[in-house]
Design a protein around this ligand. Sequence first.
Ligand code: A3P
Length: 336
Amino acid sequence: NPRNLREEEEETKDLISSLSWEIDYIGNKLFKYEGHWYYEDILQSIPNLNTGFKPQETDVIVASFPKCGTTWLKALTFALVQRSKHPLGDHHHHPLLSHNPHEVMPYLELDLYLKTSKPDLTKFLSSSSSPRLFSTHMPLHVLQVPLKESPCKIVYVCRNLKDVLVSLWHFLNANKGVEWNDFSQKEKIVRVEDYSFEAMFESVCNGVTLYGPFWDHALSYWRGSLEDPKHVLFLMYEDLKAEPRTQLKRLADFLDCPFTKEEEDSGSVDKILELCSLSNLSSLEINKTGASGGVDYKTYFRKGEVGSWKSYVTPEMENKIDMITEEKLKGSGLNF
Ligand code: A3P
């Protein structure tokens, strides 16, 4: 009913105009909604998701705060879950050799429900047939509304915040021409020419970053994983780096597709890790030259190191961010 749709849009607009807002370090307007910060368009995806997203029990959602290892986890999850459909030995035909991991696993709020409650799921390789694979940067409480009726599997990847900060700074600087919230906003509020690391650091510390505060984001999934370990798995980027085989097997068990003895003996675990490695993915033509929405795929792959923040974060900054982190995570059992 078009009238209702227009009414809904009006309601969302009214709601947005009542929210508090801030300008972020790249000059965009962020709105605070239920404790987290979003661009206007992303906020509008929430009612679309709530009314339109019909989860299936077999759905898998890869969730993360930006720059925590989303691209890697998408690749691993896709290769793992689809290994009978896309055999690993078939190195010339595997979809990950000709598609960026983001192409095979759409973001619920960005690629699908940004502007509509009835997106065309067939546009994406893995979201049209069971098990459907999706991704999101939304905090868990946003998903819990549409997932109420049918809980599916959610895998979250978290990372040390100082490495996230450095990774984000490099990513945004490498994508300066991209208008991250130009979906409806015609003009940039403030034109920021240089993305200063210090300004970004302060915003992250204040929690005023897209999808932030970081700690609340991580804690929402951490608590979810403790309350409902069958449906929410919490992974750390650092653990994936340190013990990839163990973590991949953990992921397979969680997703109810454990490796069989034969698969283990024939090296399937290593084949997936090799296919999804930073060196392999970043050397593929698609990831060297492809782009989407103005973002060059190559900017999703940088160093992939643990602890490279040390060259950027001063001892004072380290102190400050560690103190906030300790305070925020106190008593939760979570550490990063
Ligand atoms: P750095 O900038 O520290 O190198 P996201 O995928 O959430 O955007 O996160 C990007 C970070 O993950 C970048 O970190 C990037 O290098 C790293 N990354 C991307 N693909 C990876 C892979 N296959 N293996 C390990 N790390 C990867």
